[in-house]
Design a protein around this ligand. Sequence first.
Ligand code: ATP
Ligand code: MG
Length: 645
Amino acid sequence: MLKDRYPVMQHIADSTHVDKAKYQALYQASVNDPEAFWGEQGKRIDWMKPYTKVKNVSFDPHNLHIRWYEDGTLNASANCLDRHLAKHGDTTALIWESDDGNTITNVTYSELHAKVCRFANVLKAQGIKKGDVVTIYMPMVVEAVVSMLACARIGAIHSVVFAGFSPDSIAGRIIDGKSKLVITADEGLRGGRAIPLKASVDEALSHKDITTVDKVIVYKRTGNDINWVEGRDLWWHDLEAGAGKDCPAEEMAAEDPLFILYTSGSTGKPKGVLHTTGGYLVYAALTHEVVFDYKPGEVYWCTADIGWITGHSYLVYGPLANGATCLLHEGVPNSPGPSRLAEMVDRHQVAILYTAPTLIRALMAQGEEHFAKLDGKSLRILGTVGEPINPEAWRWYHEVIGKGRCPIVDTWWQTETGGIMIAPLPGAVDAKPGSATLPFFGIQPQLVDATGNPVEGEGNLVISDSWPGQMRTVYGDHERFIQTYFSTFPGNYFTGDGARQDQDGYFWITGRVDDVINVSGHRMGTAEVESALVSHHDVAEAAVVGYPHDIKGQGIYAYVTLNAGVEATEELRQALRQWVRKEIGALASPDLIQWAPSLPKTRSGKIMRRFLRKIAANECEALGDTTTLADPSVIDVLIESRLNK
Ligand code: ATP
Ligand code: MG
């Protein structure tokens, strides 16, 4: 029998920040008296002028306002750097490993501080001031982190664009943010390939609607030839050489913007999410320490790119505010081969590993033998984020990577939420594979029906009160902010996700509400059906959508990627339908199963069901915005072999 509950491990409970009793007590306190709880938690960061007001919030769509610590002042970069210098200046802040693995560089807090101050002076010399927007299109190098913190230091608002997005996507984000300056590199390196970053920026800037960008600062990574625009383009190293080393941190109000970041675009046009300084930093730092049970001295590795919110909150702001030692990897964790991840864990003695289900499934499909050499004794805590993790992948992660000794924190959250919202604190909450479990301190999740009434069992996931890390607006479009998040279920923040709550109060994210399938009047989340398919030993990945069906209203259409070497036969198709019938029930059994060599994914690795829905419905002409797809050619292959023609 497979276990479906994994109790808190004794060796973790013995040394954790938050044990069972403390979780219960603190959670109750946090929702009974948010002012007192967050007033206390706010003290974990350094304020230039202490706050006297903690919370000033209304979710009423007609009077929406969200303010935390509003009369306090601080600087985020000073919190990530300066305050560690006296005692921990020599502690390693970043361990950087190059794409090819041949270069490893340690950067201490003092060194990072010095780099950030110099580069902050560079930005100032280019005329960048408090409130200006700076676009960062950088590979995973130390200078990417330096760029972000240098912006924060002088009060500029960074807008990081994942260094894999197309010129069109960069242009769109520059226009939307009215960005004044772009920071990029000549090229990036990922999985042995050179990515022409500067060339993409050049093309983006040729867009006729861009009028705000005067300068492009270019970091030299590969040294290969690039196009150069005199008067506009400037080398990082030239500017840095002439910059002073002292740069006092700008005093920012708690509610001054820290950054803009666009959502992944899984469900539609990406939204420019604006986060502010004080509340965001308190929330990122607290969740990083408590959810990962971080202890000083441990090496922490988050594999997310800085172009995603996970990279912002759990590679930069949270861990650095806590004085952590972070591994920063330039490349891809399964390149040049599946054993790269395991080798890096052992090489750097990683204690905490935070990654995504898409990577776990990719590693799983390669076979366990690649992990035979993994010692893994340094590992203590494993984390996942980005999509529901199917129990099959959860167990594999637990057994093969964690050797059965490491709790897994399945963290549900969003770009909009700034930090982790629902997750099992490793020393306090028993895990159940596939469930993000229970809410973090101060978070009040609720399930409501279509009319907004609370329901038991399954429904739309809303959050009924504010938390400090919450987004404050859609940049430049406050009306869209109110419409998207606060008007569907007035008085609540609407997440767009559906969830189920079990008898223990645990939350199971069933997928996007838009993705819910309605078969003969029964509502079904995509996550459950996909999870059943993936638990079959021949299946590597699956994506499930609904399509119009004469009798049932909606039928179930499944796209299935088989494991390496498995033959796609009619027998297997039948076997998979039987399998789902046995695992969930007859209603969930797919009507159509299409073999998919690969699935359309966002650049952050999430399956984009909106395209799959159109292909399944045989509406292939107007697919909509495909710019956030990792590999658009996947779509053509799927259209070609669609089943519902
Ligand atoms: P867009 O909002 O532009 O459509 P997106 O929602 O994919 O894109 P993100 O903010 O990166 O952009 O992703 C947040 C979403 O990812 C959540 O709303 C949820 O659907 C999914 N998600 C993240 N973590 C988990 C998790 N641990 N379990 C289940 N789902 C998760
Ligand atoms: Mg979203």
